[in-house]
Ligand binder design. Structure first.
Ligand code: DAH
Length: 344
């Protein structure tokens, strides 16, 4: 029977092509060519009408059997090809999971910078904004206009770095007070964090260190306001229970002036080497802006009052993290710095 042979031959041809197909696309072509609506098998079956019922049944069964066989083969070959493609992909992008990793050491914020940012944020949260000034400063702003006269010991060559042109490396952040008040009229509430320089080097002094200056000027500002603001700052920095005391002092640019002490963070007030047996640690200088400073920047001292304060960031960082030698902060030794990972 001619038709039967034709169908079998067709089956053989398709089987061969399937086994030789090299990708899924080729498989799809074969499927369409042989089993599709207009495929070769359908075409042959169109001639079925001419046959007797028995022949029709026999051929029909044969065609179905071949169709099922081919479908099975297509499916199997498809799985094989998929697996092969995956294996190729994997061998191309090989990852050796037994290799040791390349460690990338995460950086750590320097304790001085962390402390500086933390303190700044406390004042910013109370409404202060941040002001800046240059590290190379006019002698006039660093001293004269802050009511520090020409013969004041702070100007001594021992303390101040003088430049050839008569400028200085600022010895404190207080000149930013002057710069701010020359630019802006009250109400003023600024802090000025930054580097300052002094000819000084020992376990508690470094020729470069950081200060944060504060200045608040408005009508009716009193010493009580100063105390309130500093109390918030000290409690935020050292904890709610930190003992605080204000001690009368002298600064040329404030009158009255005070120094603020906190209970020794090392011995808790009993007296130790760090607090030199007193139980107290000096933490900052402050006071009410001296009328002479207001006059120098053309602000009316009869109308306005204000307070100012200045603190050393290294000192606070040392007390907070119990660092006993300031020089450790400037060695750049990563083993030291990494001990402060995660404090911010
Ligand atoms: N400028 C002072 C210093 O470097 C610190 C200081 C004290 C700043 C009292 C102030 C202040 O604003 O009111 O030692």
């Amino acid at each position: 029977m001619e038709l039967k042979k034709q169908i079998q031959a067709l089956g053989e041809e398709a089987k061969k092509l399937i086994s030789e197909a090299i990708d899924i696309e080729k498989l799809n072509q074969i499927r369409v060519e042989f089993l599709g609506k207009k495929g070769k098998l359908k075409n042959i079956l169109k001639t079925l009408g001419k046959l007797s019922p028995e022949e029709r049944k026999e051929i029909g069964q044969l065609a179905n059997k071949i169709k099922e066989e081919l479908e099975q083969l297509l499916k199997g070959r498809q799985e094989e090809l998929k697996k092969k493609a995956l294996e190729e992909e994997l061998s191309k992008n090989k990852i050796d999971i037994t290799l040791p990793p390349h460690w990338i050491e995460a950086g750590a914020s320097h304790p001085v910078i962390s402390t500086l940012i933390e303190i700044s944020e406390t004042f910013i949260s109370m409404g202060f904004s941040v002001a800046e000034g240059p590290e190379v400063e006019k002698e006039e702003y660093n001293f004269d206009m802050l009511n520090i006269p020409k013969d004041h010991p702070a100007r001594d060559m021992q303390d101040t770095f003088f430049l050839n042109n008569g400028d200085v490396l600022r010895t404190h952040t207080s000149p930013v007070q002057i710069r701010t008040m020359l630019k802006q009229k009250p109400p003023i509430a600024v802090i000025a964090p930054g580097r300052v320089y002094r000819k000084d080097a020992d376990p508690t002094h470094s020729p470069m260190f950081h200060q944060i200056e504060g200045l608040l000027v408005d009508e009716n500002v009193t010493f009580r306001d100063l105390k309130g603001i500093l109390k918030v700052f000290l409690e935020t920095t050292f904890g709610k229970d930190i003992p605080i005391r204000f001690r009368p002092s002298y600064f040329p640019f404030t009158e009255p002036s005070a120094e603020v002490d906190i209970g020794c963070t090392v011995c808790g007030g009993k007296g130790c080497r760090v607090c030199k047996g007193t139980g107290w640690l000096e933490i900052l200088g402050c006071g009410m802006v001296d009328p002479n400073v207001f006059k120098a920047v053309d602000i009316d001292p009869d109308k306005y009052t204000g307070f100012a304060f200045g603190l050393g960031v290294e000192r606070i960082a040392m007390l907070k993290y119990r660092i006993t030698d300031i020089r450790l902060l400037f060695t750049g030794d990563l083993r030291f710095n990494h001990q402060f990972k995660g404090i911010r």
